[in-house]
Write a protein that binds this ligand. Structure first.
Ligand SMILES: Nc1ncnc2c1ncn2[C@@H]1O[C@H](COP(=O)(O)OP(=O)(O)O)[C@@H](O)[C@H]1O
Ligand SMILES: [Mg+2]
Length: 392
């Protein structure tokens, strides 16, 4: 599929020494994890020292990358190196609860840390709250970056993003969670009397009172007390969740960061990609380009869907013995139609975002579950457009 867009030159991107963080994002299931791992492998084999932070690799892929010990820290992937022995690949899989625990342990004295870790509200928040995974992915990225610059371990960090329905969650959830935890709402919720004292008004105080008493009934007063003591403990240990989220957000605006937006050639995924691209612009975050993954390649055969269908019909009429040829022609026609529809969707995107560079990766016949598969995806990602087959 040949797109009417500037070429996303993957090799130029991964070999650019000024690029130190690449973030792979997109809607759920489009190939973020695969792309992140494939880029990381390719960059390492071209001589960079790479760390890839995956969030939810499929089991077989995780095994292929040597991710059998899940200790929330990067491990070297065996058998990966570049020209002249330069280059290496480290991989890890995010453990969101562990990461949260480490944040707490790193910021509080042991007794207070233990009190927080034991707090039931903390336990719920760190293992299941919406947004925690996104928040912790950013937190981990911040940690890896700090380690890379302190110890010189990696010169490129590639980040996969959580399997949220919406790509925007990666940018929004940490902030949302941060303001929720830092917010007035939770303070008022946990101390309604204080809220009233601060002049939010009798009626508001009354309804908050009502609200908390309803919550009390639903959740139990113990839960609210847990939330209260958790927020108080967190507040005194480190400067608040919001500030922390803000700091990592800034890292994403850095010139050394590049976003890659991945989409399937489908309406919803491309719409999601369009939202995300616009958002990056608004937030002044650097976009490298779009990867259109799992496209139907058009065949070398110079035969349109209409021609193939017409010929198939003719063969079926003429001669019953040519059924096989006829069904192959019909298959060809169906694929050409898929191809055209995908191209049409892609062109809607590129027309609306003319400056955005793009590349395509065909749908492989099998899932990508080993280093060889990742290498193949890397090759395809970096393919120059003159080698991609022409669309008619
Ligand atoms: N180009 C491709 N061809 C064939 N299978 C692919 C391709 N890209 C991704 N896959 C497969 O699709 C599934 C989802 O990919 P994944 O990278 O986990 O998506 P995401 O991280 O966006 O949820 C995986 O099983 C993966 O092996
Ligand atoms: Mg994934």
């Amino acid at each position: 599929m040949k797109l009417n867009a500037p070429v996303l030159d993957i090799d130029a991107l991964i070999s650019d020494p000024s690029i130190t963080v690449i973030v792979c994002t997109g809607a759920g299931g489009v190939g973020k994890t695969t792309t992140a791992a494939a880029l990381a492998l390719r960059a390492a084999e071209q001589g960079r020292d790479v760390c890839v932070l995956t969030i939810d690799p499929a089991k077989r892929l995780a095994q292929a990358m040597g991710l059998s010990v899940l200790d929330n820290t990067p491990r070297k992937v065996d058998g990966v190196s570049g020209p002249g022995g330069k280059g290496s690949l480290h991989a890890m899989m995010l453990d969101m609860k562990r990461t949260f625990d480490e944040v707490v342990e790193g910021h509080a004295d042991p007794d207070r840390a233990q009190a927080i870790l034991d707090n039931p509200f903390y336990q719920a928040l760190s293992s299941s709250f919406a947004g925690t995974q996104e928040y912790m992915a950013m937190e981990k990225l911040g940690q890896l970056r700090a380690r890379a610059s302190d110890e010189g371990t990696w010169d490129l960090i590639i980040v996969d993003t959580p399997p949220s329905r919406s790509a925007l969650d990666f940018l929004d959830a940490p902030e949302r969670l941060g303001s929720f935890l830092d917010g007035r709402f939770i303070r008022i919720l946990t101390a309604p009397a204080r809220g009233a004292g601060r002049g939010i008004g009798k009626i508001a105080a009354f309804s908050f009172g009502l609200f908390t008493s309803v919550l009390n009934k639903i959740l139990g007063s113990q839960v609210l007390a847990d939330v209260g003591s958790f927020v108080a403990a967190i507040d005194t240990t480190f400067g608040g969740f919001r500030e922390r989220a803000d700091a990592t957000y800034k890292l994403l605006q850095d010139d050394g960061t590049a976003f890659i937006v991945i989409a399937a050639p489908e309406r919803d995924a491309l719409r999601e990609a369009a939202f995300f691209v616009e958002r990056l612009k608004t937030d002044e975050m650097p976009l490298a380009g779009l990867v259109l993954n799992r496209v139907q390649e058009d065949s070398e055969l110079d035969l349109s869907a209409e021609q193939a269908t017409a010929s198939a019909a003719k063969l079926e009429r003429l001669d019953g013995n040519r059924r096989l040829t006829a069904s192959l022609l019909r298959l060809h026609a169906a694929r050409q139609l898929i191809c055209l529809r995908q191209l049409h969707l892609a062109e809607r995107f590129t027309a609306a975002h003319p400056g955005v560079a793009a590349t395509t990766v065909p749908a492989l016949p099998e899932d990508v579950h080993d280093l060889a598969g990742l290498r193949a995806i890397g090759e395809l990602l970096a393919r120059k457009p003159e080698l991609k087959s022409r669309s008619k």
